[in-house]
Design a protein around this ligand. Structure first.
Ligand SMILES: [Zn+2]
Length: 331
């Protein structure tokens, strides 16, 4: 029986750092440091190894540990183990982040550079389309006093981990990835918004596979990717973020239905890599299908793109109002 390590850490107030390159989890509390490596059944505490009983595993994007270990040994390690002085390190995940205002949003135009994304029958490239919509969206939100950061402002390849890193470093309140769909069935059309979870239907699964494809293109960057702390990213998301992500997705979807009169394909869950690595609520918007003749035509039109951007913005802004009202920050 395995349990996710990060949830145990959160409960126990243990700092959790994840080195996705070395696949090593570092746990810290009270000056005590423990290191666990995926597929190893040993844990390094200070200079001593302890046996876990069963190896640490990586399951569905999460580090999981044997439940028996988490119940008994883990609290013991952090109370009784030899207190070893550790270098003051960057806190990657803050366990008590204050969620009260939405002031800073990272918008992530999908693909770019050598990765064109989906290509329509009449040549519309996802990477160009989503950059244009993202820029328009930035303009609208900036005018509403929200600080907006784009993960790319030109036709440039940005690896997925870097996109998430930008949002994490900037401590963004929300992360919105903008994409366009493509599906082998040319009749597929409409607007949909994803939040992070298991893929819920066949199209969502196909989508997940397609959008995660640019991982392959990242190999070169990963090879250069050293295990320094700057590059450490966590494969985790807190429950609170998940709830906000889901609600934000719903708001954006509702807004699109009202504003664009498009087929509302609804809110769906999928395990997009780019969403998994963000440490804030994150959604992925699919603005339409470039594989559908009619939608491709519409998406080529500047005034329609503006409408799409406005629809996303309306969803974000109405969610922001609701969120801040509920959190006692209404103006
Ligand atoms: Zn895409």
């Amino acid at each position: 029986m395995y349990v996710p390590l990060w949830s145990i850490c959160r409960e126990e107030g243990i700092e959790f750092l994840w080195d996705s390159y070395g696949r090593v989890a570092t746990l810290r509390k009270n000056g005590i440091e423990a290191k666990l490596r995926v597929n190893s059944d040993k844990v390094l505490v200070g200079d001593n190894f302890k046996k876990l009983g069963a190896p640490v595993r990586f399951y569905k994007g999460m580090v999981v540990i044997p439940r028996s270990f988490s119940r008994k040994a883990l609290p013991k390690i952090f109370k009784t183990a030899y207190a070893r002085k550790t270098r003051k390190s960057r806190r990657i995940v803050s366990s008590a982040k204050a969620y009260n205002k939405i002031k800073k949003i990272v918008i992530d135009p999908g693909h770019g550079g050598k990765d064109p994304g989906a290509i329509g029958r009449y040549g519309l490239r996802e990477k160009h389309l989503v950059l244009d919509i993202s820029r328009r969206l930035k303009k609208i939100l900036t005018a509403k006093n929200i600080q907006v950061i784009l993960t790319r402002s030109g036709d440039r390849f940005v690896p997925l981990w870097k996109r998430a890193n930008i949002a994490n470093k900037k401590k963004a309140d929300l992360f919105i990835s903008v994409h366009a769909n493509s599906f082998r069935k040319r009749r597929a059309r409409g607007f949909e918004v994803y939040h992070l979870s298991e893929a819920t239907d066949d199209i969502a699964k196909a989508m997940e596979a397609a959008e995660n494809k640019s991982i392959k293109l990242e190999r070169n960057s990963i090879a250069r990717y050293s295990s320094n702390t700057e590059a450490i990213v966590c494969d985790l998301m807190f429950d609170e973020d998940k709830k906000v992500s889901y609600e934000l997705a719903r708001y954006i979807c509702n807004s699109a239905r009202k504003k664009l009169y498009v087929r509302d394909r609804g809110v769906k869950g999928a395990r997009f890599k780019v969403l998994k690595k963000t440490q804030m609520p994150a959604v992925l918007v699919e603005v339409g299908f470039v594989s559908n003749r009619k939608e491709e035509k519409k998406l080529k039109d500047a005034s329609y793109r503006q409408k799409v951007a406005q629809a996303i913005a309306n969803g974000v802004l109405s969610y922001k109002r609701k969120y801040e009202r509920e959190n006692g920050f209404a103006r």
